[in-house]
Design a binder for this molecule. Structure first.
Ligand SMILES: [Zn+2]
Length: 206
């Protein structure tokens, strides 16, 4: 699952479209001061993709108020980037979801395949079972999973709970955690419309 998805260039395109939609929503709402939001993306050098994700992955979409005296930044949720991590969100989810745990052999595979070191992997696992569980986002959404998710096997238990093929389940998981990529992420909950989630793969042909 890991290798096939991370080589799938249509996945990168889909995720970019989601990020553009999320940014468009934020731009439409405008700044809290009433000012218009202009593009002010952050440069990124994403790691972990096994096929070229395209030039649009060199920037993390962000917006900035155009009004003098405000200039407040509004960073939309992202299904591509997970906070400030250099690895793509998809890599963080898939590498952390390996059921077998971190054996020496598997760690070596991940290092040669994705360039992810053992310490990074352990840090991600610690994050899933610690900071993630403490987040306002998780506390807001955990009740939607019945029976409750097995938090000891996150994010594998999360991926398993969604329906559809591997790619759809990955996108749903990325959408669920996407608010964590914003400054307000710990207190705000933004979940992509599930209806739209199903429609998007079909719109990828153009
Ligand atoms: Zn403003």
């Amino acid at each position: 699952m890991c290798h096939a998805l991370l080589s799938d260039s249509t996945l990168w395109k889909l995720l970019s479209r989601f990020d553009e939609d999320l940014a468009a929503d934020v731009r439409e709402r405008g700044c809290r001061c009433g000012g218009a939001l202009h593009s002010a993306s952050y440069p990124r050098k994403p790691r972990g993709a096994l096929s070229d994700p395209g030039p649009e992955y060199c920037r993390r979409l962000s917006l900035c108020c155009a009004r003098d005296g405000c200039r407040k930044r509004s960073t939309p949720p992202s299904v591509r980037f997970l906070g400030r991590r250099v690895y793509l969100g998809a890599v963080v989810v898939l590498a952390s979801a390996l059921r077998e745990g971190i054996t020496a052999r598997r760690a070596e595979d991940l290092r040669s395949l994705l360039g992810v070191g053992l310490r990074t992997l352990r840090r991600w696992r610690t994050w899933w079972r610690g900071a993630f569980l403490e987040s306002g986002l998780w506390k807001g959404v955990r009740g939607r999973f019945l029976p409750p998710l097995d938090v000891d096997t996150l994010p594998a238990s999360l991926l398993e709970r969604f329906s559809g093929d591997d790619r759809t389940r990955l996108i749903q998981a990325l959408a669920l955690i996407s608010p964590l990529t914003t400054a307000a992420g710990t207190s705000a909950m933004v979940v992509l419309d599930p209806q739209r989630m199903h429609l998007v793969p079909g719109s990828c042909d153009s």
